[in-house]
Design a protein around this ligand. Structure first.
Ligand code: MN
Length: 309
């Protein structure tokens, strides 16, 4: 080999980097990344049936790497939806989210065609679901029943990438911080809003007041890989432990801008029978209410996670 062709070979990238890490090899499933930041579409899997061990291992590998996995054309009964969800862990009820069709361990996200887009104001921000619980959800398994023809996507933003881009100085400050998250005033706050701005909340639940408030680290680690992420979000945030509300708000305001950076994001266009699993620990998400006069109806299960470390 000549010196010049060696130079070219030497400068050739070794493998693909996507979602901040080398892309794993997949043999059983077809994996198409959605962006360079996070998310992938998986083909060649029918989730209505039990998965064989090798296929399941690759689905889990894709999930750990991309944080969002998207399957198209998955027609499921509620029982099949739950059976697939249990591969990711134990299902949990939520105190605030409306349940679906009499299943206490399924929730629905629904906006009717005649409802205004202002009906979900607090979730117009990027957020993580239910961080006030002691063991917040590790992931959400969501399926589309009815979706607008155009619009109504869900957007995601990687908090691994947000953390990794911070200066060492701010990383150090955040490493030492803990946050009070509380869901105690969800119902009171909602009742004080104008009728057309109120969220559709669950009417009763068996959670105690104490279970609706917890303290979690601002920098959260993946329990297996140790990879760090920024676990700070406006929804349910009260304050940094040891900081005043005013000081807390100032830092929170800056941190809440980070998920808007396009280079951390992907968004998923729903079609009927699209099924998504997203990680609720290392991602923020938000629905995009850019549609009018059309119905959007999604059903989901919620998988309980570890206590954040
Ligand atoms: Mn949400």
């Amino acid at each position: 080999m000549s010196a010049s062709s060696q130079d070219i070979a030497g400068s050739r990238p070794q493998g693909t980097i996507v979602a901040g890490r080398p892309m794993p090899d997949f043999k059983r499933i077809e994996v198409e990344p959605l962006t360079g930041a996070c998310g992938c579409e998986i083909r060649g899997v029918d989730v209505s049936k039990p998965l064989d061990e090798a296929t399941l291992a690759e689905v889990m590998l894709a999930f750990e790497h991309f944080l969002i996995i998207v399957f198209r054309d998955q027609k499921l009964t509620c029982e099949q939806h739950k059976a697939f969800s249990r591969y990711f862990g134990e299902l949990t009820e939520l105190p605030q989210a409306p349940t679906y069709d009499g299943h206490s361990d399924m929730q629905e996200v629904r906006r009717e065609a005649d409802e205004p887009s202002s009906v979900v104001p607090s979730f117009e921000h990027f957020h993580t679901d239910s961080p006030f619980l002691e063991r917040p959800p590790s992931c959400i398994v969501m399926r589309a029943l009815d979706v607008p023809r155009y619009g109504g996507d869900t957007a995601f933003s990687s908090t691994y990438l947000a953390y990794e881009d911070l200066s060492e100085g701010l990383q150090k400050v955040l490493e030492g911080l803990r946050i009070v998250y509380s869901g105690k005033d969800i119902w009171a706050k909602n009742a004080s809003l104008a009728k057309d701005k109120q969220l559709r909340l669950r009417e009763s639940h068996n959670f105690s007041e104490e279970q609706l408030e917890n303290i979690h680290p601002a920098v959260r680690r993946h329990p297996r890989t140790g990879r760090k992420s920024l676990y700070v979000t406006r929804a349910y945030f009260k304050r940094f432990v040891g900081w005043s509300e005013e000081e807390s708000r100032a830092l929170l305001d800056y941190l809440q801008t980070l998920p808007h950076r396009l280079q951390y994001q992907c968004r998923v266009k729903w079609r009927p029978d699209t099924l998504i699993v997203w990680d609720n620990r290392f991602l923020l998400h938000r629905g995009i209410h850019d549609f009018q006069r059309e119905r959007r109806h999604l059903v989901r299960t919620t998988v309980i996670g570890e206590r954040p470390i």
